[in-house]
Design a protein around this ligand. Structure first.
Ligand code: GDP
Ligand code: IMO
Ligand code: MG
Length: 424
């Protein structure tokens, strides 16, 4: 019973959607376990580009059940429009299931996300403003609304009235914002609940039964390790657990069920939003990578910050996720860039070297990256389908990344399409 997890190993947008789409072709079910519509996963299939936010990337395989687990936060308005938009493109949703335990992003969460970011001023996190943090806050405060509530109108109205009153008080009295019309919100969201009711089912039971029946399961990670609430660059992180262990709590499966954990990285590094980024390139090379790689946010359209591959952070990801292998995407973007650099360690002001990613920003602030340089490559590699077809410089680069990260590289992406992938 192979159960595969796909996780991001950097700061997100590593091309997880593409890897998930490839592996989903061999999976019997696809499951998402954390995060919400802060994610933006791109799948290029049959010449068409799909940008998926909450719907698992396996949805393009019409017979593959796609499940949304208990650890996800679900914006009912957004998922309804995602379903409508994809339906218009011929995608079917007969196999979509949503766990009743998943928490619901309410409009006041979105308002509070915006207001708290504004209150932080220059110290803002640069969130996607989708209400993710405030929704997870309510979950852990134990006052959240769940999908179960959403599809039971009377329960929903009662709970939404109680929590909405408190949220309005915080919005108006703490932040000086505009209150929500709670009865209008209840009326609107009850309609979403009616639309979503047919999808609600116990995902942990479905996954368990699939595992017992020896089916192949694919767990789709969103966000990434360096955005993990514990193992990321706190506080510049998201509010969930994108690391592999998050799959177990977010889906309701035991760790012994997992057989394979694939980490996805880019051949360089990007980050959207604020926070430390040791190998960031604030120069022409960074601009070239951004433009060549189309590095603009899938969810918010923000330009992504770009920088060299950082083996210290990917090594950290190999460890905290227990990775079985790595997939390295966007090698093609690095062609014609000239000399390439990879960060192999950090150096402290006293000259000492750091090989493990520091736990606090204060320690990281003192660190400067130590680089190894590589001969660059040129030309179009997007039609290479075997490792041997790649220019020698590419092979040297990938083999050295493998060594530095301490993890086999099983896939190398040379373009956005499904087939633009070298499997080793
Ligand atoms: P995700 O959030 O990890 O799923 O990644 P995103 O979809 O947000 O961003 C990755 C972007 O890179 C998308 O536009 C993909 O189509 C694209 N992409 C993925 N793999 C490759 C690759 O190997 N080469 C190129 N050129 N683009 C890729
Ligand atoms: P995928 O799944 C890249 C970032 C935001 C911000 C921080 C907190 O497409 O890789 P949040 O709205 O979650 O409270 O924002 O996390 N962030 C992402 N960055 N890819 C993502 O998802 C992200 N999801 C959240 O930019 O810095
Ligand atoms: Mg993305």
């Amino acid at each position: 019973m192979p159960a595969n997890i796909v996780v991001g190993t950097q700061w997100g947008d590593e091309g997880k959607g593409k890897i998930i789409d490839i592996i989903a072709s061999r999976a019997d079910i696809v499951v998402r376990s954390q995060g919400g519509n802060n994610a933006g996963h791109t799948v290029v299939s049959g010449g068409e580009t799909y940008k998926l936010h909450l719907i698992p990337s396996g949805i393009l395989y019409k017979d593959t059940p796609c499940l949304i687990g208990a650890g996800v936060v679900l914006d009912p308005k957004d998922i309804c429009s995602e379903i409508d938009n994809l339906s218009q493109r011929g995608v079917t949703f007969d196999n979509l299931k949503i766990d009743p335990r998943a928490h619901v992003i309410m409009p006041w969460h979105i308002t509070l996300d915006g207001l708290s970011e504004k209150f932080r001023g220059n110290s803002d996190i640069g969130t996607t403003k989708r209400g993710i943090g405030p929704c997870y806050m309510d979950k852990y405060e134990r006052c959240g609304l769940r999908v179960y509530d959403l599809v039971h109108p009377e329960i929903f109205a009662e709970k939404a009235r109680a929590t909405g009153k408190l949220k309005n008080k915080i919005i108006t009295e703490v932040y000086g914002g505009e209150p929500h019309d709670i009865e209008a919100v209840i009326a609107e969201y009850t309609e979403y609940g009616k639309k979503l009711a047919k999808y609600v089912d116990d995902v942990s039971v479905i996954v368990y039964n699939a595992a017992k029946a020896n089916k192949t399961i694919m767990f789709e990670g969103a966000q990434a390790t360096l955005l993990d609430i514990d193992f990321g660059t706190y506080p510049y992180v998201t509010s969930s657990h994108p690391v592999s262990a998050g799959v177990c709590v977010g889906t309701g499966v035991g760790p012994m069920m997992i057989t394979n954990i694939i980490g996805v990285a880019k051949a360089y590094t990007t980050r959207v939003g604020k926070g430390p980024f040791p190998t960031e390139l604030d120069d022409e090379v960074g601009d070239t990578i951004r433009n060549k790689g189309g590095e603009f946010g899938t969810t918010t359209g923000r330009p992504r910050r770009t920088g060299w591959f950082d083996a210290v952070i990917v090594r950290h990801s190999v460890r905290v996720n227990g990775l079985s292998s790595l997939a390295i995407n966007k090698l093609d973007t690095l062609s014609d860039i000239g000399t390439l650099k990879v960060c192999v360690a950090y150096k402290k002001p006293d000259g000492s070297m750091i090989y493990e990613f520091p736990p606090a920003l204060e320690e990281l602030a003192d660190c400067t990256p130590v680089y190894e340089t590589f001969k660059g490559f040129s030309g179009d590699i997007s039609s290479c389908r075997t490792f041997d077809e790649l220019p020698n410089e590419c092979k040297v680069y990938i083999e050295r990344l493998e060594e530095l990260c301490g993890c086999p590289i099983s896939m190398v992406g040379v373009g956005p399409a499904r087939e633009q992938m070298i499997e080793r």
